[in-house]
Ligand binder design. Sequence first.
Ligand code: ADP
Ligand code: MG
Length: 401
Amino acid sequence: MKIIVQKFGGTSVSTHERRLMVINKIIKAKEEGFFPVVVVSAMGRKGEPYATDTLLSLTSNRLKERNKLSIDLLMACGEIISTVVMTDELLDKGVDAIPMTGGQAGIITDDNYNSATMVGLDPNKILKALEEGKVPIIAGFQGVSENGFLTTLGRGGSDVTAALLGVALKAEGVEIYTDVDGIMTADPRIVSDASLIKEISYNEVFQFADQGAKVIHPRAVEIAMKGNIPLIIKNTLSNCQGTIINNIGDLNLNNIITGITHMSSRVQIKVALKDNENNAHYYSLLNILAEASISIDLINVFPEDNIFTIDGSDFDKFNDIMNNLNLKYSYIDNCSKVAIIGSRMRGIPGVMAKILKCLNLENIKVLQTADSHTTIWCLVEGQYTEKAINALHKGFNLGHH
Ligand code: ADP
Ligand code: MG
């Protein structure tokens, strides 16, 4: 049985017209001899009636602290609604389909509500449906705990569901359908002439995803890579060939840079020794933050200063900790961490120099940099994010030719 997992994101299932395009993709897969297993997200984006954020806005922030289980139960409804609507419309088109919650599809998780991890997968109900000639329509982003409560896998979790199912079912591939043609050299909402990357390695796309390109969830890339299953990103609204993610990667060896992405809402923190002399906590600050699960990056430790960034959502917690320890610090908030990604830049001199020159020409101040074998990061003030990304995209000649 040649199984293919097809995942359709929120915008793909948001309107009747778009769902007709989804149905075409499912029918086409069947015509090509595949047994499609479909994963759907909640309909639409923030503000639309059944989108995850809209559902969340029905409850108070207090509920989150009092009873996490309720939040997961509420959030899981969005995807469940999608499965039923899709099934209805597929039946209309003569395609036999059956809706399933994540739990019914066999996804068992731990009970770490809000960002649960799969601990087991029993594909029998899916396989039974396929044997009966039905297309299983599975609610993404969710599972069920061993105690029988609904759990969710964290934002973007439908991609994770698709990858998990692809591996468990030994599928021929996992297709992630979204509202862009595939993985581009930059977010097409930011760079208008971003170009499509036709083939890319798991490793590189993981960097992209992990550094903020939300087109695919980094966990999904990891799972597909471990399971050695091809991952394909495609556009529901076009017939574009999309992006194939595999072990080989980009064949365009001329470009040392593959693409650019960013993470916004970073806060740069500076803790200076001269402001904190005689404070015993100064030297163990990084430990204290780790214990409080505040993750930090772009860490530069100098004899006289500690400089690092935190996520804006951790700032209040960070500030409380610093006040309790009587540690003084300065900060720049609303920064963006721009990531320039390319596994071929390893060992090539002058890349950092070129990056700094591009940004300098646009009068964009670089607050901090860091680099690894595959990525160079530049921290810039948030207001310059789009300008910086466009300047680098142009400087490295990544646009349409
Ligand atoms: P879905 O609802 O289908 O899961 P997402 O909103 O999660 O869709 O992801 C698709 C979006 O990712 C695109 O609309 C695009 O704006 C954004 N994006 C960010 N970086 C990139 C990139 N490098 N290539 C393609 N899309 C990107
Ligand atoms: Mg997504």
